[in-house]
Design a protein. Structure first.
Length: 279
């Protein structure tokens, strides 16, 4: 199924689980939305609730040596050949899933990248999970995030320059009024944490997740808790985003990769789940 939307709350189940309700981290979500990108074959992602973004950002506004150009042709669906299988060959080769490309050919001082945003912009509290395989080329940033504005944002960001032979890292970020005061830099605030991962994020698909409740944001990888943030928790609804980009900033994305020749760089998504409260 390309897009699944289910709603339900079983009273008997809620009663049976009521003993957990005194747990500060306990939450019940009553709405499930799911995108299965392994079997999504369409040139119109709006059919399954997503919108590829097309825009340019100058180097000055991107805060790097290069600007960014998000382009439609860098967002590609690559489903499994066998629509009934959950593994195997993809239609265009490589791994099946939604592909976000960073291109090696740079024009007019802009690095060509990719971004998609959910058609719904009312994400507010819930458990948000994605299966991703990151780029294996140093010099790009891949991200999964919620965004309302520059002071209300929840990010899981992956810098390919941080991957080595046996491990990787994930940057856990809350963009807040405090980070805005620091020049849109969260690294010196309570809303920033770098967590080591005991695997290379570019070798296999893994599940990346954040659980957002009124008083905290908790981050997980493959179901294992990593970290939580309790200050400046976002309070407004927004959209869900994936992007893959580089602006050459040595302190963040680094790169850009492929300078001087065409060499393209890829990020995959396989499955997205949103467990939310029904409005």
């Amino acid at each position: 199924m390309l897009f699944h939307h289910a709603v339900g709350a079983l009273p008997w189940l809620l009663l049976a689980m009521s003993r957990f309700c005194d747990d500060a981290e306990y939450a019940v979500f009553t709405e499930l939305m799911e995108n299965d990108f392994l079997h999504t074959s369409t040139d119109t992602l709006s059919e399954v609730g997503w919108a590829p973004q097309v825009y340019n950002v100058t180097a000055a506004n991107a805060r790097g040596p290069y600007g960014k150009s998000m382009e439609l042709e860098n967002v590609i669906t690559n489903p499994l050949k066998d629509s009934k299988a959950w593994s195997g060959d993809a239609e265009h080769g490589g791994d099946a899933g939604l592909e976000l490309w960073v291109r090696g050919a740079h024009q007019d001082g802009l690095v060509s990248g990719a971004e998609v945003v959910s058609s719904r912009t009312d994400a507010l509290l819930g458990s948000f999970r994605v299966g991703m395989k990151l780029s294996n080329s140093s010099g790009t940033c891949g991200a999964f995030f919620y965004y309302h504005n520059n002071s209300q944002e929840i990010d899981m960001e992956f810098l390919s320059r941080q991957f080595n032979e046996s491990q990787g890292f994930v940057n856990l970020v809350l963009q807040t009024p405090e980070s805005v005061e620091h020049g849109y830099d969260a690294s010196g605030t309570s809303g920033f944490e770098v967590q080591r991962l005991p695997f290379r994020p570019d070798e296999k698909f893994h599940e990346y997740r954040f659980d957002w409740t009124k008083d905290r944001v908790s981050f997980y990888v493959d179901g294992t808790w990593l970290h939580e943030m309790t200050q400046n928790v976002p309070t407004e609804g927004g959209g869900l985003f994936f992007n893959h980009w580089s602006n050459g900033d040595p302190s963040w994305s680094a790169g850009p990769p492929g300078q001087g020749h065409r060499h393209d760089h890829l990020l995959h998504e396989s499955l997205l789940q949103q467990h939310r409260h029904r409005a």
